[in-house]
Design a protein. Structure first.
Length: 277
């Protein structure tokens, strides 16, 4: 959909972009096609987050086996239901995506995510659906946080946590004039691909506690952050021993510890917990 079509649809249906929901409609058809192509969804099942007026949706349904589009805005949800009423491979869901769960298995997740809750949406995608691939449109700053590595300026709990499940595949920037209304920031489309070996739930839970605790103690060493953490209950001695077993210098700060090292640390802390039980 181009800008002229978007403005026409909005006027005819009494709709307008909702600033509170962070709505910026994609009006560049070339970009829409590039996003869908990057997702690689031919004959696959797709969940779309925040379809808006359907710029991506109308291309998705041409390629995918099925599309479930989850839209929080009631007016836009109704508009989409009418627009795609003759398409047999799409289901429009009026719901807050953060509260939406179903039993379907999706091959891919695609969405233009609002900045104010993009990290929450990404984790909900992982927790509730865990698709093989995920293609998200994010603010450029958010993408940098998402794909950064230990030692990078943007590296943090988000980077460390998401990379346990997905690895970065590719990305491209989108000019802000590709949207209506025009946002003040540059957007980036990023593609993530599921990792092959995911640890068992007990270790995953400990991993997330470990990462949360390590980054909670900002500017503190990892030994002090984990020992003083309000999120876990390990003695300084136990933490020190786990760090040594994991070959992590206890004087390091969280921003210098990779996902792989955090996972090894979590495994050793979990072993200590199991021993105590």
């Amino acid at each position: 959909m181009n800008k002229t079509e978007i403005l026409k649809y909005l006027h005819e249906n009494g709709l307008s972009p909702n600033k509170k929901l962070g709505q910026n409609f994609l009006v560049n058809e070339a970009v829409s096609g590039k996003i869908v192509d990057s997702a690689g969804i031919i004959r696959k099942t797709v969940i779309e987050i925040g379809p808006g007026l359907g710029s991506l949706t109308e291309i998705l349904i041409q390629q995918a086996a099925s599309v479930t589009a989850v839209e929080i805005d009631a007016g836009i949800s109704g508009f989409l239901s009418e627009k795609f009423k003759n398409s047999s491979n799409i289901k429009i869901i009026h719901s807050d995506f953060l509260k939406y769960i179903d039993s379907e298995k999706y091959d891919a997740a695609v969405g233009n995510l609002p900045y104010y809750c993009s990290s929450e949406i990404i984790f909900h995608v992982i927790d509730a659906f865990f698709p093989e691939t995920a293609v998200f449109m994010l603010q450029k700053e958010m993408t940098e946080r998402l794909i950064s590595k230990a030692g990078d300026a943007a590296y943090g709990a988000l980077s460390a946590s998401v990379s346990l499940y997905y690895h970065y595949d590719s990305s491209f920037n989108v000019d802000r004039h590709s949207f209506f209304p025009v946002p003040e920031v540059t957007s980036t489309v990023v593609k993530l691909v599921k990792n092959k070996n995911i640890p068992e739930k007990q270790v995953r839970d400990m991993f997330h506690l470990t990462v949360k605790s390590a980054f909670w103690g900002k500017r503190k060493t990892v030994l002090k952050s984990l020992s003083d953490s309000p999120f876990m209950n390990f003695s300084r001695t136990a933490v020190s021993e786990a760090l040594e077993k994991s070959e992590i210098d206890e004087k390091l700060r969280a921003e210098n510890i990779s996902t792989e090292k955090f996972l090894k640390l979590a495994e050793n802390l979990q072993k200590d917990r199991d021993y105590e039980i």
